[in-house]
Design a protein around this ligand. Structure first.
Ligand SMILES: [Zn+2]
Length: 420
């Protein structure tokens, strides 16, 4: 398959990314564009217009996902589409490129394919998913709604008192949350899904490689560790008569960190929340609660390290560990990954096979057996979910090129058209 006539226009992609980055801009230089906020709604309007200008047929579904479609000149004949996309919403103090890169590069890829004159045998779609970041309740809302994977009642839940639920915000934009099932699509409408995203970590930059090909998304386990002591007066209780929960907890923190480090590079573990009670300068801590977040591509690894940590916790005095949530990892499609790899090789673009420590909309697709792939580009300093999130536009351009080439290669594969 010769894709050399497909040319990404870096200036056009850069301009779209900069323009989109103005919606929800904050004084700190970051982005405040949580899903279905006023800034998000304005950004969506603008982006729909850009999609139409790019020649896409645009509609919005019952879950507020934006769907842009490009049919072959000869009509689609009901052929399943090759889709790409990501999200337009951002976290509260987020950056300009998380999600935004995937939709702007997806649009540029489709424009470049159209301009190349390559005539595809199947339709292409650009999907802009609602609330990937989970600012209302749980993440990847839009992609899960598309395949009927929402939990019972989750649309009515919010992240706290006074915060809007998705049902409320969908109503605010004139949609009927009761009709969410109308967003459902059949997996047979899709041949493959590809998402271009920033890495959100330091690996690619460190290696000096512009493209990451994601093998899968890690398994995740979240736990709550509680340590009980005895609170008392900080002045009148002699040291040898104390049962200080914080001192015991400190021992556990160090031992947990040591256990995860010794388990090798295939697993990461973080204690990121720590609550000391009563939490006063003149009272001996009586109780400590801390979170533990474990992630690994290998489920057995995660289970064995978790067991080891359970032993550490249970051997400490009056300490216990409970599971908050576990989420299974997802493997990306080997054929799609090989096709991304081929696209890199053909253009002489260095790449690195890696895993993703963060979740993305693309992980919804394997759950309904649609082959999916994720392409990463580096972010400067590995920073993401913060105002300092930065990319190099050359990398964005390479990412969009690999995306476009791979979409075309995938379009010519499968039952309709064997690979030329
Ligand atoms: Zn994202």
């Amino acid at each position: 398959m010769d894709t050399s006539s497909i040319r990404i226009k870096e200036d056009r992609l850069r301009q779209d990314l900069l323009d989109l980055g103005r919606f929800g801009e904050t004084a700190s230089g970051g982005i405040g564009r949580t899903a279905l906020s006023d800034a998000d709604l304005a950004a969506r309007q603008w982006f729909k217009e850009r999609m139409r200008e790019g020649g896409l047929e645009v509609r919005e579904d019952a879950a507020a996902n934006i769907i842009g479609r490009m049919d072959p000149p000869s009509g689609s004949n009901g052929a399943p589409c090759i889709a790409t996309g990501s999200h337009i919403d951002a976290v509260a103090q987020g950056g300009r490129y998380d999600g935004a890169l995937g939709i702007c590069a997806g649009l540029e890829a489709l424009r470049a394919i159209r301009e190349s004159g390559v005539s595809l045998p199947c339709p292409c779609e650009l999907l802009v998913f609602t609330d990937e970041e989970g600012s209302h309740f749980a993440g990847t809302f839009g992609s899960r709604a598309m395949f009927k994977l929402l939990q019972e009642g989750e649309m009515e839940k919010s992240r706290g008192a006074g915060m809007a639920s998705l049902a409320q915000d969908l109503k605010r934009m004139g949609k009927d949350p009761q009709k969410i099932a109308e967003a459902t699509r059949s997996p047979s409408e899709f041949r493959a899904f590809l998402e271009l995203h920033i890495e959100q970590g330091p690996v690619l930059e460190e290696m000096g490689v512009p493209i990451g090909i994601v093998d899968g998304i890690v398994h995740l386990g979240r736990y709550l560790i509680r340590v009980i002591g005895k609170s008392g007066h900080a002045g009148t209780t002699p040291m040898h008569l104390r049962d200080d929960a914080l001192i015991k907890a400190a021992g556990i923190v160090t031992a947990v960190n040591e256990a995860v480090r010794c388990a090798g590079p295939e697993i990461v573990g973080t204690i990121g929340e720590f609550r000391v009670q009563p939490g006063a300068i003149n009272i001996i801590p009586g109780r400590v609660e801390m979170s533990l977040d474990l992630r690994s591509m290998k489920e057995e690894k995660l289970t064995s390290v978790k067991r080891q940590i359970e032993k550490i916790v249970s051997s400490a005095d009056k300490a216990r560990m409970d599971t908050i949530l576990t989420k299974g990892g997802v493997r990306m499609d080997p054929d799609v990954m090989m096709t991304v790899e081929l696209s890199c090789r053909e253009r002489g673009i260095p790449f690195h096979r890696m895993e993703s420590g963060a979740g993305h909309d693309a992980m919804t697709f394997p759950m309904v057996n649609i082959p999916a792939g994720i392409i990463f580009i580096p972010c400067v300093g590995g920073k993401s979910h913060c105002p300092d999130e930065e990319i190099r536009f050359e990398d964005a351009c390479l990412g969009a090129q690999v995306l476009a080439d791979t979409m075309v290669r995938l379009a010519f594969r499968g039952p309709l058209h064997p690979l030329p």
